[in-house]
Design a protein around this ligand. Structure first.
Ligand code: SF4
Ligand code: SF4
Length: 483
């Protein structure tokens, strides 16, 4: 019996121009509203649980306290930043610079290895849109078909009620999200005062509250996936970071093509003999996609790696009694050549830079002082002799207390015998504040052998040395000829 002639699969892309325009806009640029189906499956379940955990952290973040400080505070106006309970000041600019570089390099390494995993699994925009706002919309208006039908239906009392309820709930949630953002910027105490105090005393804060509420309402009620496909710069530059070893959500064209409906009277062998692959062109992967793309066209900028299409396709494969994974997390190399994940020189290089930056940041954090101190000689002052034959120098001490507790300060001379006295008497630097005082250093004249003697001063609080500062002690030039 003659073997059936194998039919070569056609090119993957059914429409060659799909990359020329956004899937959410028609050729004239008008918005195409999406009605994604709710996905179901193991990936969606895992994402749901992770989302709930992350959302709890997101909303509780400004209110949780570590050593009396919030988990995260980014007060740009007052230039005060708290990360995991540790206060950072503008004087910590080096730490910020290294942390920013580390963050950006981390994104590069992570994207080169795993594509846009961040977007689908942890980005607040995706979490709030897909796990909160979309689910509420489904709860109020129904699943994809019902929502589409409702939008096309004439305005009846029922439609007004559903739409009104949805937008009221969206506005309330947007107010909550906006206030959370505000709490991250100004702190929960100030936010509480803003909400409970006389509004006339907080016009600026209230303006921002309204602005943020309207902004988030606009994003989640109208703008939606456009934030990811149109605005977010990360999606746009990811294409420069991906290579054929990056693990992305991908369709396996070798297995799926040639796509086509599976006739009821057709067995698997007959289907394969006719040159058909496993894709039955049911469009379920497209129906659940929150950005409206067809992953079978290949990796696309709009894909946020939410895995909804994997769950949808695996459910179809289960019904067909075919193995799952026609759409899966995979690299181009593994799909086309069956190669496993291997680190490329580029990925190794990025990772080395990442490790070096992480080490540098750890060093800066571990050696970071709780105070930021300057200690310098009082301008224009020379040395003075005391009646006892000692020499005095006058200095100015400035201290920034970076902690949230008051710091009683004591100074000690570290390299010479002598006395060091804070002229202000007892110096206690209030929390998160600056204090300054003149300081008098007295040395025995015979210990001052040169016009400039190095001086090392230790700054202590209790018995803990907070910092060590260097300066010079000015004395007479003994080598100069006597007049
Ligand atoms: S869900 Fe799977 S079988 Fe259906 S069209 Fe998409 S890839 Fe093909
Ligand atoms: S293609 Fe798949 S993973 Fe990508 S956004 Fe659409 S549903 Fe999510």
């Amino acid at each position: 019996m003659n073997e059936p002639t194998p039919v070569a699969p056609p090119p993957v892309s059914p429409a060659d121009d799909f990359r020329d325009h956004l899937t959410t806009a028609d050729r004239e640029g008008h918005r195409q509203w999406l009605y994604p189906k709710q996905p179901q499956g193991p990936f969606t379940t895992a994402r749901t649980y992770l989302s709930y955990c992350l959302l709890v952290v997101l909303f509780a973040g400004p209110f949780l306290r570590i050593h009396g400080n919030p988990l995260l505070l980014l007060n740009v106006v007052e230039r005060k930043f708290v990360i995991l309970g540790a206060i950072f000041w503008p004087q910590d600019a080096a730490i910020f610079a290294i942390a920013t570089l580390l963050f950006l390099t981390g994104i590069i390494v992570f994207t080169a290895a795993f594509g846009r995993l961040w977007c689908g699994w942890t980005c607040p925009q995706t979490l709030l849109m897909e796990m909160v706002f979309r689910r509420l919309e489904v709860w109020i208006e129904g699943d994809a078909l019902a929502r589409k039908a409702l939008d096309r239906a004439p305005w009846t009392a029922g439609k007004v009620w559903r739409k009104g309820l949805k937008h009221l709930v969206f506005l309330g949630l947007s107010w909550l999200v906006g206030n959370t953002l505000l709490a991250y910027l100004i702190g929960s105490d100030k936010l509480f005062a803003l909400v409970t105090d006389n509004p006339r005393h907080h016009l600026q804060g209230l303006s921002f509250m309204i602005l943020f509420t309207l902004l988030f309402y606009g994003i989640f009620a109208r703008f939606r996936e456009q934030a990811c496909t149109f605005i977010c710069p990360y999606g746009r530059f990811q294409s420069t970071l991906l290579d054929e070893n990056s693990i992305v959500v991908a369709y396996n064209p070798k297995r799926g093509e040639r796509r086509g409906r599976w006739r009821r009277d057709q067995g698997l062998e007959q289907r394969q003999a006719a040159g058909h692959g496993d894709c039955i062109d049911c469009q379920q992967c497209v129906a659940v996609c929150p950005t409206g793309i067809d992953i079978r066209d290949g990796t696309q900028m709009e894909c946020v790696h939410c895995t909804a299409c994997i769950d949808a396709c695996n459910a179809v494969m289960r019904r067909l009694r075919r193995p799952p994974g026609l759409i899966s997390y995979a690299s181009l190399n593994s799909l086309e050549r069956g190669e496993g994940l291997r680190p490329t020189p580029r990925l190794v290089g990025y990772s080395c830079v990442l490790l070096a930056l992480a080490g540098l940041l750890a060093f800066l954090l571990l050696t970071r002082s709780e105070v930021d101190a300057t200690f310098f000689r009082a301008p224009g002052a020379l040395f003075q002799r005391t009646p006892e034959g000692n020499l005095n120098n006058l200095y100015l001490l400035k201290l920034v207390n970076k902690t949230s507790r008051a710091l009683p300060i004591e100074l000690r001379l570290e390299n010479l015998p002598g006395t060091i006295a804070i002229m202000a008497g007892k110096l206690v630097v209030p929390p998160e504040a600056l204090a300054e005082s003149p300081v008098l250093v007295t040395l025995a004249a015979q210990k001052v052998g040169a016009p400039e003697t190095p001086l090392v001063v230790g700054i202590y609080s209790g018995n803990q040395r907070l910092d060590t500062l260097k300066s010079v002690f000015i004395g007479p030039d003994l080598s100069a000829p006597s007049p």
